[in-house]
Ligand binder design. Structure first.
Ligand code: NAD
Length: 298
């Protein structure tokens, strides 16, 4: 008979990570600097409001000074880029986060490029994307980093295992695949044109689902004993939040699985705080030993 599935509790794990970050922040404050996070929220998208409020609360609890800037939805591209550059030049700001999506008239790529890469706590600036691809130090996107952190905390072996990532977005699919590769997993990336999704998923020892379609990954596809990380956030037919994986049926086969909600989601915010503390520490180290690059100092 199959062992009981382990539910990977992202809420509890994120609380541990956040407590560790609070200790790191206290150490940084002793060095004379309070880590600062600037959140830019353009317009009044209700979902973004909720995300930003949660980030603000968690960062404040960890001892990080949070500043939320709320430009009007009608702000122009040059004005938004100028605002982001000003934050880059502000010594009290160590992390900059531009909440996406932006209103339709704005080009997110241009705004992200205006972020100082050393303060890019979402890990989306081309410099950080390149650093990840080249195994160089840099800031890593929060949700993918959260997936790896969960695996580490639950003792999930990655080296030599077959990891199947479903989804190839810049935000989740591609960076999580690169992080898994850096951990010596054998990685397959699936996407909307993959011919036999069920067949490929069925060969995975570790599955990362990052699509945004409720129940796309069927429980019966899961290889017995596999570890399933469900990144998707969807509203099910019953109106409740659910992931991309058929949770009940997948739990009957998996060795470990993340629930939705309470799995990968809480880890994302914890990793944002961790990135902000790292960026602040790297800024301090750069002042202490100019010319030396450490941590996030790419
Ligand atoms: P996205 O829309 O940018 O990318 C979705 C990907 O899924 C694409 O690469 C596409 O090729 C692939 N895809 C679409 N249909 C498919 C199919 N039928 N079979 C296989 N692949 C298919 O989305 P994203 O930004 O990567 O987000 C994915 C999901 O993760 C969403 O539900 C989002 O809300 C969620 N998300 C959660 C967190 C978190 O903190 N937990 C963070 C970011 C995103």
């Amino acid at each position: 008979m199959k062992d009981r599935v382990r539910i990977m509790d992202g809420k509890a794990t994120a609380a541990l990570v956040r407590a560790e970050v609070a200790e790191d922040v206290a150490r940084i404050v002793e060095r004379g600097v309070r880590p600062g996070l600037a959140v830019v929220l353009v317009g009044d998208d209700p979902a973004s409001e909720v995300y930003v409020r949660n980030k603000d609360r968690a960062a404040t609890e960890a001892g990080i000074a949070v500043r939320t800037l709320r430009p009007e939805a009608t702000i122009s591209q040059p004005d938004l880029e100028a605002l982001v550059r000003e934050l880059g030049a502000d010594g009290s700001v160590h992390g900059i986060l531009v909440q996406l999506p932006l209103p339709a008239q704005l080009d997110p790529a241009g705004v992200v490029e205006a972020i100082d890469p050393r303060k890019d706590v979402d890990g989306l600036h081309p410099r950080n994307v390149a650093a990840l691809a080249m195994d160089l130090p840099g800031l890593v996107p929060c949700t993918p980093a959260g997936c790896i952190e969960l695996c580490d905390r639950y003792g999930i072996e990655l080296a030599g295992r077959h990891a199947v990532v479903v989804g190839r977005s810049q935000l989740v699919g591609k960076p999580v695949a690169q992080l898994l590769l850096a951990r010596n997993a054998t990685v397959t990336i699936c996407h909307s044109r993959t011919a036999d999704l069920a067949g490929v998923v069925g060969t995975g020892d570790v599955i990362v689902a990052a699509v945004g379609r409720a129940g796309l990954i069927r429980g019966e596809w899961i290889r017995p004993g596999a570890c399933v990380l469900d990144v998707g956030i969807n509203r099910g037919a019953d109106g409740k939040l659910c992931g991309d994986v058929e949770f009940g049926a997948a739990s009957a086969r998996a060795g470990a699985i993340t629930p939705v909600p309470g799995g990968v989601g809480p880890m994302t915010i914890a990793m944002l705080l961790k990135n902000t503390a790292r960026a602040a520490e790297a800024a301090l180290d750069a002042v202490a030993s100019p010319g030396r690059t450490t941590g996030a100092g790419i």
